[in-house]
Design a protein around this ligand. Structure first.
Ligand code: SF4
Length: 957
């Protein structure tokens, strides 16, 4: 492990969550930087808890680090406190794994998931010490590239990015690395030209914006030799990507901590507001056998208790039933739950619904998106009201008592009637559940996105949004429906950026300079500062939200998502008419442009489907039928909704070869789908949507067979893992080590572990204690060794002994701890220290302020400090005891004794070196599990104090 430079270590004790910056997670890749040709920083402009949850970043981390000539590290946006400290001390932003300054990398690859992370991206470039503008970077600077959904309108960030990767990154990222690895002494300009030759790479500096006399956009012109538009990269077959080898196990709780297994990419349902549904076409499903292999690898590597099957609409994955069934068969005994980002009830087999019935229900989510049938037809949402009510009834019957409904307001053509429809529909849904159910209507504001049929529509402003929210608040309130809404100003800002051109870059830069950060966080987005930035950069937000004319040049016209503008205009026309366009994976192609029908086409595991797609159902039909039920009817395993859908659409006008934009008026709604899927809303909604976990009912708890007491050290970067985070760390480590830990009973069984009292974050320890109950007998030393191997860097099990199951928890057997503190930073010589120590020892009482969340309280620390002694020129040892009313923090004693402020006292290097144990505890069973004992006085009664950790020599490893 490369040591963290001391300048950075010193910051960790001063930030809210040091765990965000440690980089010592299990699974983090270590390589010799000097032995690779390409040092690649995978950058995510969000805080660790969000960034580490993003599955795309994990895929690229795994793929890149398989190569011997590439080392990929991670770097995420520093939180406010860390950025302030870095700037105060003039320190650059560094990577997580090796603390390498960002400017020393060859490539910095940003993931652009959300427009409101752009100021974070600029902050990261700035903290790296790099010029913000691409044009000002020289030959020695790293390449700054970006990919992700927002890259499909890269123009607002064009000035700051050297290159943009459009579409799927699995193949293109290797080509980028090959180019960088084999670059000779070429200039930056030549390197960028070579990059532009890679399929899917857009180099903004090779495209010039042409404007008219009033500043209006006329075109984005390609430089000589460059294509007029850049086509996105498409991974033809998801199965061509090997099973992942690397999984990082976060030490702290992140937004989505479970491994996410992508089961398909792309969606051809055609919801007209959903950008992801267009830019990720065509639909490519993953071989279910490969999904199972990925699941096995992910569980082995992480010890996770939950897996997520990920896609834009997992309920529509053709193998959802057999895969879920097989996963439950394989892993429910190991208490592994499987979650879907959203669940369409009619997609699941009855046997799976039975499983769901028997587990605890936390809440269920459906996304009708609009309140009236008219509006759902406009946006192409498959829900009919009858199907929605039926789905709600089923959900309530299954036992859910809380149901969340996602809606959007401000959709094109919305009327008061449509808004009222939201309230009425929510009330009808609630009526299905009867008394005691809670229905929440969660309302977001529609933001038109590039590359969708609604890219030409206007977005409602802040005041109009608030008026519609108020209307809904009243109408929902009358019907006793809970109302949740997105901040109107945040949606407004998203809209200003998302359809902007290069002129918006000036505003983003000014907002960054004014201090805007984490703008996607409602509580942190500083709207007055953004208004100031818009004014100072001359941006009129109303112009950004206006409707666009169909023949007007758009800033992203030179970005080719595959789906043609002509198709989007046909879809817009169909929306106006309220006509639904069929799903091309089960019906005929409607010529959106995403497929070339040679290599690129829909790949499904349906037995049959649209022409031009590849249907691999027969490959696995026999296997899947065996998994789901005894019925060997071909295709019996496919989602139930698929069959309903297929049957209905066979008679649709589209299936009869009629145009989707010009059907007879009477046939307007005849393509209505019956599948009542909730879908996923837009991409941001998808990212934040709560999931439903499916798992087998927890097995009855097995009485523990034995208890093992572990002593472990927590040194180096691991000292910043908090006590709460330790529970996660040990739980997943025990699962990876296949330790047969015993579980508590109840709906949420927990591993039976008991820790010694929490260590202050930032303090090191040689002697933490943990009791683990095992469901079956195991050899303590082997158990300790196996566990030690799975712990993060800096943590190591030193001793494992069996103790009686009747023993009390470690905290009841301990009298206190001995701490060693390094005082070299406080500027006192040894005689001053001795004098203060003597005063403390002679004092009858020593008041200190104890700080807690409930407030400050003054306590007498004197009886709680059994010994204070200088053991080196500026080294102190402190024996701190537990009294009947708690204890005192060493840092509070040090603050009072040496007149330090609380922050400075907490930052002092502190190490717990010995356990002070009660006399009765050490003799209870085999005696030595807390070390050899000596006796001292303690606040009430007599305590036994261990003389140290002498038996550590017989450590487990
Ligand atoms: S080209 Fe046809 S088959 Fe391919 S995604 Fe578009 S509509 Fe579907």
């Amino acid at each position: 492990m490369r040591m963290m430079p001391t300048g950075y270590e010193a910051l960790l004790g001063r930030v809210e969550k040091p765990g965000r910056y440690l980089g010592n997670e299990k699974g983090a890749v270590r390589k010799d930087i000097d032995a690779v040709a390409v040092h690649f920083a995978l950058a995510f402009p969000e805080v660790y808890e969000i960034a580490q949850s993003h599955p795309g970043l994990q895929i690229l981390y795994d793929l890149l680090n398989r190569r011997d000539d590439v080392y990929a590290e991670r770097v995420y946006a520093p939180w406010f406190d860390m950025e302030t400290l870095l700037r105060e001390r003039g320190l650059p932003l560094v990577s997580l794994e090796t603390c390498t300054p960002l400017s020393d990398f060859d490539v910095i690859g940003f993931s652009l998931q959300y427009e409101l992370t752009y100021t974070n991206l600029l902050a990261m470039i700035d903290l790296a010490g790099l010029p913000l503008e691409s044009a000002l970077r020289g030959d020695d600077h790293p390449l700054v590239i970006a990919g992700g959904p927002c890259a499909f309108n890269p123009e607002p960030m064009a000035e700051f990015l050297d290159a943009v990767l459009l579409g799927d990154g699995e193949e293109a990222i290797h080509e980028i690395c090959d180019l960088v690895a084999h670059r000779a002494d070429v200039s930056r300009a030549e390197l960028l030209e070579s990059l532009a030759a890679i399929d899917g790479i857009y180099v903004p500096s090779l495209y010039r914006v042409r404007r008219g006399p009033r500043g209006q956009l006329l075109a984005v012109d390609a430089a000589a030799g460059q294509p007029r538009s850049v086509r996105k990269r498409t991974l033809v077959d998801l199965d061509s990507v090997p099973v992942a080898e690397t999984y990082i196990v976060p030490n702290l709780r992140v937004v989505h901590g479970r491994p996410s297994l992508e089961v398909m990419r792309g969606c051809v349902k055609g919801c007209r507001f959903c950008q992801a549904g267009y830019i990720y076409r065509p639909l490519r499903e993953r071989d279910p056998q490969r999904v199972l292999e990925n699941a096995q690898a992910a569980l082995e590597a992480t010890g996770a208790e939950e897996l997520s099957l990920l896609s834009l609409s997992t309920g529509d994955y053709s193998c959802v039933n057999p895969v879920l069934t097989e996963l439950m068969n394989r892993y429910s005994g190991d208490r592994v739950a499987v979650s879907l980002p959203s669940t369409r009830v009619d997609a699941l087999a009855p046997s799976l619904l039975e499983q769901i019935k028997r587990v605890r229900k936390t809440g269920f989510t459906l996304a009708p998106e609009a309140g009236s049938q008219r509006m759902r037809d406009i946006i192409q949402k498959e829900y009919g009201e009858t199907e929605l009510i039926e789905a709600a009834r089923q959900i309530f019957e299954l036992g859910w008592r809380a149901l969340k409904l996602y809606f959007m307001i401000g959709l094109p053509g919305e009327t008061e009637e449509d808004l009222l429809g939201i309230a009425k529909l929510s009330a009808r849904v609630a009526a299905e559940g009867g008394n005691g159910v809670e229905v929440t209507a969660s309302i977001s504001t529609f933001v038109p996105k590039p590359h969708t049929p609604f890219q030409w529509t206007a977005q409602i402003g802040v005041e109009e949004t608030r008026a519609r929210q108020q209307y809904l608040r009243n109408e929902l309130g009358k019907r006793k429906i809970r109302f949740k809404w997105h901040d109107a100003r945040t949606s407004h800002l998203e809209g200003v950026i998302s359809r902007g051109g290069r002129e918006v870059g000036r505003t983003i830069r000014r907002a960054f300079e004014l201090g805007c950060r984490f703008d996607g966080w409602t509580e942190h987005c500083d709207h007055p500062l953004w208004q100031q930035a818009m004014q100072e950069s001359g941006l009129d937000p109303t112009q950004q939200l206006r409707r666009r004319f169909l023949d007007e040049p758009l800033p992203w016209d030179h970005i080719d998502s595959g789906v043609t503008k002509k198709f989007l205009q046909r879809e817009l026309a169909a929306a106006v008419e309220g006509i639904l366009t069929p799903d091309c994976s089960i019906d005929r192609c409607t010529y959106c442009g995403a497929c070339d029908f040679r290599e690129i086409r829909n790949i499904t595991y349906h037995l049959q489907g649209a022409k031009g797609g590849e249907h691999r159902g027969e490959v696995i039909d026999h296997w899947a039928s065996g998994v789901v039920d005894k019925d060997d009817t071909p295709g019996a395993w496919e989602p139930r909704g698929w069959h309903k859908l297929h049957t209905r659409t066979e008679n649709s006008p589209i299936a009869r070869g009629e145009s989707p934009i010009d059907p007879p008026v009477a046939a307007k709604h005849s393509t209505r789908r019956t599948a009542n899927g909730p879908g996923l809303g837009n991409a941001e909604e998808w990212l934040s949507a709560s999931s439903e976990a499916l798992s087998a009912p927890p097995p009855a708890p097995i009485p523990p067979a034995m208890r093992i007491r572990l002593q472990y050290s927590k040194l180096g970067r691991s000292r910043f893992i908090s006590h709460l985070e330790l529970i996660e760390v040990f739980t997943s480590a025990m699962r990876r080590a296949h330790i047969p830990v015993a579980y508590s009973g109840g709906y949420h069984p927990m591993p039976r572990m008991r820790f010694s009292p929490g260590l202050p974050v930032g303090a090191e320890s040689d002697c933490e204690v943990l009791d683990i109950d095992l469901a079956e007998a195991a050899q303590p030393q082997a158990t300790g060794l196996a566990l030690s191997r799975e712990l993060p860097e800096g943590m190591r099990v030193w001793r494992a002994t069996e103790v009686s199951l009747r023993r009390t928890s470690p905290d009841r057997e301990l009298a206190g701890f001995c701490y060693r503190i390094d005082l070299s930073s406080i500027g006192r010589d040894s005689s001053e220290l001795d004098s203060l120590i003597a005063q403390f020892t002679a004092a009858e009482a020593f008041p200190v302020v104890r700080h807690s969340k409930k407030g400050d309280k003054t306590i007498d620390a004197r009886p709680l400090v059994a010994r204070i002694e200088r053991v080196g020129p500026t080294q102190l040892e402190l024996d701190v005891l537990f009294g009947e009313r708690g204890s005192v923090k060493p840092s509070d004693v040090l603050a009072a004794l040496f007149s330090l402020d609380r922050t400075a006292a907490r930052a002092l290097p502190l190490r717990k070196t010995r356990i002070l144990a009660l006399a009765g505890a050490t003799s209870a069973t085999n005696g030595d599990d807390l070390g050899a004992a000596t006796t001292v006085a303690r606040p009430q009664g007599t305590a036994t104090v261990t003389s140290g950790l002498a038996p550590v020599a017989a450590s487990v490893d």
